[in-house]
Design a protein around this ligand. Structure first.
Ligand code: COA
Ligand code: AMP
Length: 627
């Protein structure tokens, strides 16, 4: 471990020196002299006195350097049949004009703008336009229902919302505007303006005085220049599921984010200016923020925005078509997408139909990469398949195989080693350091490197309580795992109520709150159980109030529907079992872990603290009907 070990050690022992050098990759209006300000720890500030603009770094500077004709954004939409490329100069024109639109609606530095969009170029343009003005965007995943959007509107208090008339799920048109209208109706905070992209597949009804048509506004827009912001000013808020019913607003700064992502492109992804990088994710998730939008553009690379699925648009060869058509060097997606492809084309026959000679790397993240999928992808594609581990909170990988810095032998099941800047530790439940090979909680010593969350929007205490108070001086990742003797990290899964369903992060606690609010339900539990395609899916168990004599199937169907209505179809809750009782400890804690182990067929001793073992036994055939 030469170059990697040197870089990692320097990043930990001399972080200011290490990240100060990395900051040279970014253009500053005022170069930072204070690299790491620890005066308000645990609220560390990277590049405290630096002044810059993220949009300038992602777009303008490449045009200024004479690369305006280079492709910046490739939009490929099998669901509409549209394909369009934007050069850096064209992207600059669109972004600066949309910044002018937002400006004309009164949006200024520090204002929040909620973006609720399908995978269309206007989503990327809107994000960059916010960054240009120093406004703080909060992108809400298009698969979320009105209630989820309403909660985010009420937390972020946006001055404006940018949305579209619809999204397209394979062949189904999902109208967004009625969801947006319902969300604004439900929310206490009312945004002053909405800008709506009218797509030909559905026409949105507009509210006069509040709603504006994207195309009309753009036609008369005056381009707006970049607004200098402090490196420590927020760039965006991205809500993510935690253990409670309310999502947390993860806040990312401008300077640390730009420096870290810019560093990651050559060192982790070995991809740079003029090369094509494709993150097959969604702009509503962190992978979309970091690796569809910001990192490839900061690096001057070409990014692909794909409005389609790995299968069904039109077939399991879709990824190979995109790779060959645009000369993609690096693909980044979630293992679930590959499991879907493998299921439809197990022999990989469609791969042979395309020229993949320019394709060099496959990066996977978002959920545990099962060794079977790893082996299948490696064998079929003949390129390094790199598992890497990260979270919405960190914004970029905590552990990876750093292909540009020093590639390492791949071990299936491991995201390889901690990335420079991340001092990863494993501790036992009792808080003692766990030796190699021993499973424990994964912590990261603070300060976290640049690019990680700087707080929870509007709630400093929540940041401390959720992440920093478990072990003072350390960030609690919420994942469990271990190091092996060679220093490879293995991430085994969440130790809290977060589940990963088809690469979408959900909270079982939030689903429980919705089920529990049904008038017939006395109590309930939701657990994440293993699923061959989606990795995990939620399963619900509900106990009815005494005296409820309605049909159980009808109640179960209402519960499933209410979760779909309030969270969205992505929750993928297909089934709720109505049961007589839930297994609990003597102190009344529901034994979710034991139920999950039974459902997954994992051997786990029944805790000695169980109150009534017969209740758990009675659930065995329900949780695992196949025995
Ligand atoms: N807008 C509206 N609805 C959406 C949506 C969106 N953006 N995204 C998903 N949905 C809906 C789906 O249509 C589906 O609806 P249904 O229950 O009516 O069929 C439901 O939410 C569940 O979606 P999903 O869990 O994605 O399953 P799927 O069966 O539609 O597709 C995969 C399975 C594997 C193809 C798909 O999950 C996938 O591509 N996952 C990768 C996710 C990813 O990239 N994550 C980012 C991490 S890098
Ligand atoms: P998200 O915030 O949506 O990116 O989800 C983060 C969570 O996804 C992590 O806390 C992990 O539980 C899981 N995850 C992401 N990448 C990996 C990986 N490579 N291996 C195992 N789990 C992962």
């Amino acid at each position: 471990m030469g170059a990697y070990r040197d870089a990692w050690e320097r990043s930990i022992t001399a972080p200011a020196e290490f990240w100060g050098e990395a900051a040279d990759g970014i253009s500053w209006y005022t170069k930072p002299s204070v690299i790491l300000d620890e005066s308000q720890a645990p609220f560390y500030k990277w590049f405290a006195d630096g002044v810059m603009n993220t949009c300038f770094n992602a777009v303008d500077r490449h045009v200024d350097a004479g690369h305006g004709s280079r492709a910046a954004l490739i939009y490929d939409s099998p669901v509409t049949g549209l394909k369009r490329q934007y050069s850096y100069a064209e992207l600059l024109d669109e972004v600066s004009r949309f910044a002018g639109v937002l400006s004309s609606l009164g949006v200024v530095k520090g204002d929040r703008v909620v973006i609720y969009m399908p995978m269309i170029p206007e989503a990327v343009i809107a994000m960059l336009a916010c960054a240009r003005l120093g406004a703080i965007h909060s992108v809400v995943f298009g698969g979320f229902a009105a209630h989820e959007l309403a909660m985010r509107i009420d937390d972020a208090n946006p001055k404006a919302v940018v949305s579209a008339s619809c999204g397209i799920e394979v062949a189904r048109v999902i109208e967004y505007k009625p969801l947006l209208d319902a969300a604004i109706e439900e929310a206490t905070h009312k945004p002053e303006a909405c800008v709506i992209v009218q797509r030909p597949q559905a026409a949105a009804a507009m509210t006069p005085g509040r709603d504006h048509d994207w195309a009309e506004m753009m036609a008369s827009a005056t381009p707006a220049p970049c607004v200098p912001v402090a490196a420590t000013d927020p760039l965006y808020i991205l809500y993510t599921s935690g253990t409670t019913g309310r999502p947390k607003g993860v806040v990312r700064d401008n300077g640390g984010h730009a420096v870290a992502l810019n560093w990651s492109m050559p060192n982790i992804y070995d991809t740079g200016a003029g090369e094509v990088f494709w993150a097959a994710s969604d702009v509503g998730w962190v992978v979309g923020h970091s690796y569809i939008v910001y990192a490839p553009l900061l690096a001057g690379a070409t990014t692909v925005l794909y409005e389609g699925k790995p299968v069904g648009t039109p077939d399991a060869g879709a990824f190979w078509r995109v790779i060959s058509e645009y000369g993609v060097k690096t693909l980044f997606t979630a293992p679930t997408g590959f499991r879907a492809i493998k299921r439809e084309d197990p022999e990989g026959q469609l791969i042979g139909d395309y020229d993949l000679s320019g394709f060099k790397y496959l990066f996977l993240a978002g959920e545990r990469l099962d060794p079977e999928t790893h082996t299948w992808a490696s064998n079929q594609l003949g390129v390094p398949v790199v598992d890497h581990w990260w979270q919405t909170e960190t914004g970029w990988p905590i552990a990876a195989n750093l292909l540009g810095l020093e590639p390492m032998p791949i071990k299936a099941g491991s995201p390889t080693v901690p990335v420079p800047g991340f001092d990863v530790r494993i501790v036992t439940e009792a808080g003692d350091p766990a030796p190699a090979g021993t499973e424990g909680l994964i912590l990261v010593k603070t300060p976290l490197p640049p690019g990680c969350m700087i707080g929870v929007w509007g709630d400093d205490q929540k940041f401390i309580d959720t992440y920093l108070s478990h072990s003072p001086g350390f960030y609690l990742t919420g994942d469990g795992g271990h190091f092996d003797e060679d220093g490879y990290l293995f991430v085994m899964g969440r130790v809290d109520d977060v589940i990963n369903v088809a690469g979408h992060r959900l909270s079982t606690g939030e689903i429980e709150e919705i089920i529990a609010s049904h008038p017939d339900v006395a109590e309930c539990a939701v657990i994440g159980v293993a699923d061959a395609l989606k990795g995990q899916v939620p399963r619900g168990l509900a106990v009815l109030k005494a005296g409820v004599d309605r049909d159980h199937d009808a109640i179960a169907a209402e519960l499933v529907q209410s979760v779909r209505d309030r969270i969205g179809a992505v929750a993928s809750l297909r089934h709720v079992d109505i049961v007589a009782a839930l297994p609990k400890t003597r102190s009344g804690k529901v034994l979710r872990k034991s139920m999950r182990a039974i459902a997954d067929g994992v051997d786990m001793p029944v805790p000695s603290t169980i109150d009534n073992p017969a209740v758990l036994d009675a659930l065995r055939p329900v949780l695992r009907p196949e025995g």
